[in-house]
Design a protein around this ligand. Sequence first.
Ligand SMILES: [Zn+2]
Length: 227
Amino acid sequence: MTTADQTTADQSTAAQRAKEIVRTAPAQGAAASPAVPAAAVTGPETTATDELVRRARGFASRRAAAGQGEVLPAPPALRVAVLACMDARLDVAAVLGLPEGAAHVIRNAGGVVTDDAVRSLAISQHELGTREIVLIQHTRCGMQTITDEGFRDLMESRTGSRPEWPVLAFRDLEENVRESVEALAASPYLRQSTSVRGFVYDVAAGSLHEVAAARPAAAGDRQTAEG
Ligand SMILES: [Zn+2]
C-alpha cells in the first residue's frame, strides 16, 4: 500500500471514528469526562466543537476532585520544551507521561523548525526557564506526502492566494529530524547550552526512538560558541 493509499484509507474511516469519539469519554483517571449519551450528539446541529465545549464545562470540577485545584507555576517543572508534529495520533502528554505544569508543548505541521516555533522556544527558554528541547516527528507524517510547490498550487487553486511562507514538506523522516535538531542547536535565539535531542514516534507501534546526531561534534561546536 502506498502512502497515498494509506492516507485515503485513513480518511475513509475518519468520519466513523469521529462519531465514536464524541460518544466516548476520555479514558484517563479522575479528569475523565462522563460518558456522552448518544442522543446528545446525534442532533443535526451538533458539531464536534459543541461536544468538546460541553466536556470542558465539567473539567474544573473533575480537576479539583482529582486534587489538581492549585495554580501551578508557569515555568515548566521539568524545564523542558517539546516541539512536535500536530498529528492527532501523536499524544505527546501520554507518550512522555507529562502531567499538567511539566513542559511546554509546541506543535505544528511536521514538528519543523519554523520562525514561530523558534519564537515560542525563545520565550520558553528566556522568559520561562526551560533548558532542554525534545523534538518529535513521526512515521506516516502527512508532510512526507506533499511537496512545497504542490501545496502552493493547491492553495492557489482553492483560495486564489499563493502562500509565500515555506511549506517545509520533507521526504526522509530521520534526515528531517537531524536537520531540525541542527537548526535548533544553531539558532542564535536559543541558549547554546540547551540539550536538543530528536526522536521519531512510530504511530503504528506507539514507540519512540532517538535519531542519532549526524555530527557528534555538534555539542563541542556549541560549547565553543558558548565560550
Ligand atoms: Zn506529522
